[in-house]
Design a protein around this ligand. Structure first.
Ligand code: SF4
Length: 370
């Protein structure tokens, strides 16, 4: 059975109702369960779990320490292009946003790589918009060939590709692909993606299946928090994760929690998630799944990022620039979204150290399997 077939058996409204109907007894049961189910996850993300945050945080911390030790993986995004043929209501790179477009050349990429290496990074996340005439599989191959000698781990967050594209890119050193569904609410998805290939909800929903079939080492899931009810969207993400883990058990998985951030053109979030709720969600994922990697970007504030280190997170970005050429080539060009935590990578590493954790720059695991 494909995820799509499972997804079709769920109704957004019913799922939402059942999350909001969870009680303290359901939360208590979820907290004491040895193996937590999707129903337990619903209870943990429900409003009924709010008074249990401290307990959830303690459990999340223990489980994370048991599986990952006191380490935090460091990664940094490398924006290769802001060209994009899609209209997305929440993004500064949207086609209808009149900004200067740029796709980095090989020489410019290497200038960026030099700065990123200087910052100490060994794990890079390649990011582009969706412009198939300039940012396509051949371009990605060229980039991977160019930068592979410089990094132990390469992740990619670009448009969803066909299965054959993923199969072509894997031998070039592509380790991880992140593809966020943005929202699992199909009608609202269409409202936020009115034009371009991204408006195909189904193709995006099927992407993790194509990644699994291509045997990708790790895939990242998530939604853009603020587009729709975060509890319901997070349940569907967990449902997707559950399905993928069973079917593509050789792959590893990560979840990210991007909250809608200001950008040039600005979309107000439909739903605002406060910091306590984000902590609740992160802890709920950890309690639901002890293996999952949980990632926090520089979208979040300094205070939040300092506090979340010990509560379940396993990877963090720092010193990020969200515009192509932002590190060395064109530092003043338009960003995809505003950064909230502007501290440098060494400053973040020091903060992690102060909390008794170790910042890990290298993905040793990948090196050993090469
Ligand atoms: S979110 Fe992605 S696809 Fe949409 S406009 Fe931004 S870069 Fe393009």
């Amino acid at each position: 059975m494909s995820f799509n077939e499972i997804f079709e058996t769920y109704s957004w409204e019913e799922t939402s109702r059942s999350i909001y109907a969870k009680t303290s007894a359901d939360v208590e049961q979820a907290l004491t369960a040895t193996k937590r189910t999707l129903e337990d996850f619903k209870a943990l993300i429900s409003p009924a779990a709010a008074p249990y945050l401290e307990r959830m945080a303690q459990l999340s911390q223990q489980l994370t320490l048991k599986r990952f030790g006191n380490t935090i993986q460091m990664y940094v995004p490398l924006y290769l292009s802001n060209e994009c043929n899609n209209i997305c209501t929440y993004c500064g790179f949207s086609y209808d946003n009149k900004v200067k477009r740029k796709t980095l050349t090989s020489m410019e990429i290497m200038e960026e790589v030099a700065v990123i290496k200087e910052m100490g990074y060994d794990h890079v996340l390649l990011v582009t918009g969706e412009a198939n005439q300039s940012v396509h599989t051949d371009y990605f191959k060229k980039v991977l060939e160019l930068i592979r000698p410089h990094f132990a781990h390469i992740s990619m967050e670009v448009q969803p590709l066909d299965l054959s594209d993923y199969q072509e890119l894997t031998p070039y050193g592509l380790n991880t692909v992140l593809v966020y569904q943005e929202t699992y609410h199909e009608e609202d998805y269409k409202k936020h993606h009115p034009k371009g290939k991204k408006s195909n909800f189904q193709y995006r929903l099927d992407t993790p299946d194509r990644l699994g079939q291509a045997g990708i080492h790790k895939m990242g899931l998530g939604v853009l928090i603020g587009l729709e009810d975060w509890r319901t969207d997070s349940f569907f993400t967990a449902l997707h994760l559950n399905y993928l883990e069973k079917k593509y058990w050789q792959s590893k998985y990560s979840i990210s929690f991007p909250r809608l951030r200001p950008f040039s053109g600005g979309l107000e979030p439909k739903v605002v998630m406060n910091d306590r709720e984000l902590v609740q969600l992160i802890c709920a994922y950890r309690l639901f799944n002890e293996e999952i990697e949980l990632s926090i970007s520089t979208r979040e504030s300094i205070a939040f990022r300092n506090n979340i280190i010990k509560l379940g997170i396993t990877s963090i970005s720092a010193g990020s620039k969200t515009n192509p050429g932002g590190y060395a080539v064109a530092p003043q060009s338009l960003e995809q979204f505003e950064i909230s935590d502007e501290r440098t990578a060494p400053e973040i590493a020091e903060m992690i150290h102060q909390q008794g954790y170790e910042a890990v720059w290298k993905d040793w695991d990948m090196n050993l399997t090469r």
